[in-house]
Design a protein around this ligand. Structure first.
Ligand SMILES: [Zn+2]
Length: 381
């Protein structure tokens, strides 16, 4: 009997083939940095399982022309949703991961899993009836605005999700839909969506989701870096200097969240009696060049840069990508970039890309599609 293949190697192989970063055994050997015999046995196993196909002949780089490997196209749909405090972004993906329908619906996350998942399920059903009637549901992916433990998918003390602590969201969804399920933290899902959208250019990337709160994720070698319990990336409670020592939802003081998040900006503006208090208002005020708002947003971006500078010096990533609602504010991204240039070693910033997300507001949905396709064993019946 053939020895079993490590789950990580299997996931990495599927991820490389899915994103198009690898299309042959030679590409896989180079990308995975493993022995040719290892790649041969992983590929053989995936071919036997019918997960991938081998076809045609690729471009030669000198030797024998390589056979092209790709994921098998399947019929059916993947249903994906990113939940926030007040809204959910819901979508359907083709089995290949391309997003083909999205809708925003109002939810109240504090109403708890049963009620929130009722709304999400009804939206899935409505989208499917409108755009993919009769197609089989192959998998469900949900991104949540709180820390999701790995691998069991339970919520761990989510500050922005009252009533959800300890909830087994993955088990709940698997029981409801009876298909493979992926549950992921929203910043991690968005980071992998950004990675899948960018291709191989940013193998080691810090992705920051700057919205009402601030989440982050390190993508390393094209994989989410999860840490021991899956709780990595919690940059929001990094203490920053010049933060005014304000109380934070975590019980500490002076956290990044209290000065650089959308919620912090809204609070500061409300304290000054400004009518601009939602992120949408803030974006509008910045495009009108309201000097008070622009100054506040610039300072928030600089403090994000302070918090990220230690991470950049420590990790030497290829890219720092800012996503989330605040990433549409050029002044925020530019201030973060400026502070990173000021605080990081020149050797680190020389080849460092610092920019707004290219995947945009659908990053998490694209990421969930990618995770379902590559890790949840989604296959047509
Ligand atoms: Zn905190």
């Amino acid at each position: 009997m053939e020895p079993s293949i490590s789950a990580t190697l299997r996931d990495q192989t599927l991820s490389l083939l899915s994103s198009g970063a690898a299309t042959s055994r030679a590409d896989l050997i180079e990308a995975l940095q493993v022995a040719p015999s290892t790649v041969t046995s992983v590929v053989r196993r995936l071919l036997e399982e019918g997960v991938i196909l081998e076809e045609g002949v690729g471009r030669s780089t000198g030797g024998r022309r390589p056979r092209i490997l790709r994921l098998r196209e399947t019929k059916g749909v993947l249903a994906v949703a990113e939940l926030g405090g007040r809204h959910a972004r819901v979508g359907l993906c083709a089995p290949g991961g391309e997003l083909h329908a999205t809708e925003e619906v109002a939810i109240d996350i504090a109403a708890g899993p049963e009620e929130v998942f009722d709304v999400v399920a009804a939206t899935f059903a409505r989208l499917q009836a409108a755009t993919a009637a009769g197609q089989e549901l192959l998998g469900v992916g949900v991104a949540l605005p709180g820390p999701v433990a790995s691998p069991d998918g339970r919520l761990v003390g989510p500050a922005r999700m009252p009533g959800w602590s300890g909830v087994d969201a993955k088990g709940h969804l698997a029981e409801r839909f009876q298909v493979p399920v992926v549950v992921e933290n929203d910043a991690k899902a968005a980071a992998i969506g950004e990675y899948a959208t960018r291709g191989r250019e940013s193998d080691d990337m810090i992705y920051v989701k700057a919205g009402t709160g601030i989440g982050a994720c390190l993508v390393s070698g094209g994989q989410i870096f999860r840490g021991g319990r899956g709780l990595s990336g919690d940059v929001t409670h990094v203490r920053v200097a010049d933060s005014g020592e304000r109380h934070c939802s975590c019980g500490s003081r002076g956290c990044l969240e209290t000065v650089a998040s959308g919620a912090a900006l809204a609070r500061q503006l409300a304290e000054q009696g400004s009518p601009a208090t939602t992120i949408r208002d803030i974006v509008a005020a910045v495009s009108d060049a309201d000097p008070t708002v622009v100054t506040m947003v610039r300072q928030a971006g600089r403090l994000l840069g302070v918090a990220l500078s230690g991470l950049v010096n420590f990790l030497n990533p290829d890219a720092v990508v800012i996503g989330g609602a605040l990433s549409s504010l050029d002044v925020y991204v530019a201030a973060t970039r400026g502070m990173l240039y000021e605080r990081c070693l020149p050797s680190m910033t020389q080849s460092l890309t610092i920019e707004a997300s290219v995947a945009g507001p659908d990053a998490a949905l694209v990421g969930l599609g990618h995770l379902l396709r590559t890790t949840a064993d989604v296959r047509p019946s």
